[in-house]
Design a protein around this ligand. Structure first.
Ligand SMILES: *Cc1c(COP(=O)(O)O)cnc(C)c1O
Length: 371
């Protein structure tokens, strides 16, 4: 916050004084409509990790206004925060230790995933549960070996009036969806054989929502897609986040001038450098340094040298270059020629998910397109 607002108020006409994140909830609504049109069943808006860094409450409201009917989060704390913000309706939390405050979940009508007998034993009276089966990730969910016992115990708890088994869920690893789908169907058969009648069967996340309709069952759980990330690379979704930064210094340098920490970059010719107040503490991946670009003055400009904690230098070329106060677009939806989050992820050798969830809290945040 210390970088914001004060020192360079004179630059207000060119867009402010610090790095700024703009979240476009209109894009979230559009993406939700695209996903809902593909889904055979209902759509859960997964707003874990603060709505993939876009603000959980805003993303949730936008998605619910555009066709989603469920909300999903990882931990119970995230769910209770959404309830406290007034978000009603079906909601699921799927990753909690058996000692979590499950009575609060019951009190706030938050459904809970149950991946083990220990979790089932911890469910208070009135819990609405989704039995979680591992279909091939070996990450979370009950193993095939535990599944029969879990279904039997859940049915007993249901007959005893303690829990309601609302759903059966699993999650796809990506590769070999057909094998996971077979395991999911086999798990459902066991649940039915035990007398369970789960109304909400759910397996697909964004990629399978867009590419594998046979995995949709009653509900799809979409997170990345809401904010414009398409892991399947098949569908035009709109990036919901734009990161900009103003030019705070400009300098002319001669060919051969070394720039930044460790002198990893030297000016290939006489050129102009512009300094932006955004760095890896704000979430710019340092590893993107050698390849990264921003849009400045209508042109793509390469990063010059290392990305620092709080700042980065870009090479604006031998021409007139940038002026102090000009606004660089670090990433955005891409329609103005700016890099996308997916391009940044490629430069950094990571996923767009990691970039948008890794932004610091220093950039000023603005939300547009809400209702
Ligand atoms: C994060 C997550 C999702 C959403 O996945 P996307 O690919 O972002 O749509 C769905 N289900 C589970 C269990 C998750 O952890």
């Amino acid at each position: 916050m210390a970088t914001g607002g004060v020192g360079r108020a004179g630059a207000a006409t060119s867009g402010g004084s610090a790095a700024r994140i703009t979240v476009d909830l209109g894009a979230v609504a559009d993406n939700t409509r695209t996903l809902a049109a593909r889904a055979r069943g209902a759509v859960m808006a997964v707003v874990k990790a603060d709505g993939f860094g876009h603000g959980a409450i805003g993303v949730a409201r936008a998605a619910l206004g555009a066709g989603a009917t469920w909300l999903g989060v990882t931990g119970l704390g995230e769910a209770l925060a959404l309830r406290a913000a007034g978000l009603d309706g079906p909601m699921l939390s799927w990753l909690n230790p058996p000692g979590a405050d499950f009575p609060a979940a019951v009190g706030q009508r938050v459904d809970l995933a149950v991946p083990s007998l220990a979790h089932l034993a911890a469910m208070p009276r009135g819990a609405r549960i989704h039995l979680h089966l591992d279909t091939g990730m070996a990450r979370d969910g009950a193993t095939a070996g535990e599944w029969v016992a879990l279904c039997r115990a859940a049915r007993e708890a249901e007959l005893g009036g303690r829990v309601t088994v609302v759903g059966v869920m699993s999650h796809l690893a990506g590769p070999d969806t057909p094998a996971a789908l077979r395991r999911f169907r086999a798990g459902l058969e066991i649940a039915y054989a035990m007398g369970l009648r789960p109304r909400v069967r759910h397996l697909a996340a964004t990629a399978a929502t867009l590419t594998a309709p046979e995995t949709h069952f009653d509900l799809v759980r979409t997170g990345a897609g809401l904010v414009g990330i398409d892991p399947s690379g098949t569908t035009a979704l709109r990036g919901a986040m734009t990161l900009t930064a103003p030019v705070v210094e400009v300098r002319r340098v001669a060919a051969g001038t070394p720039v930044g920490y460790d002198h990893t970059w030297r000016a290939p010719r006489d050129t102009t450098l512009a300094l932006l107040p955004v760095g890896y503490a704000d979430g710019l991946p340092r590893s993107a340094g050698p390849r990264g670009e921003v849009l400045l003055g209508g042109r793509r400009c390469r990063i010059a040298g290392r990305i620092s904690m709080d700042q980065v230098v870009v090479d604006t070329g031998p021409g007139d270059g940038a002026r102090i106060g000009d606004i660089a677009v670090v990433f955005g939806p891409g329609d103005g020629g700016e890099p996308t989050v997916t391009e940044w992820a490629g430069w950094a050798g990571t996923l767009p998910h990691e970039i948008v969830t890794g932004l610091g809290n220093r950039p000023h945040r603005h939300v547009v397109g809400g209702n």
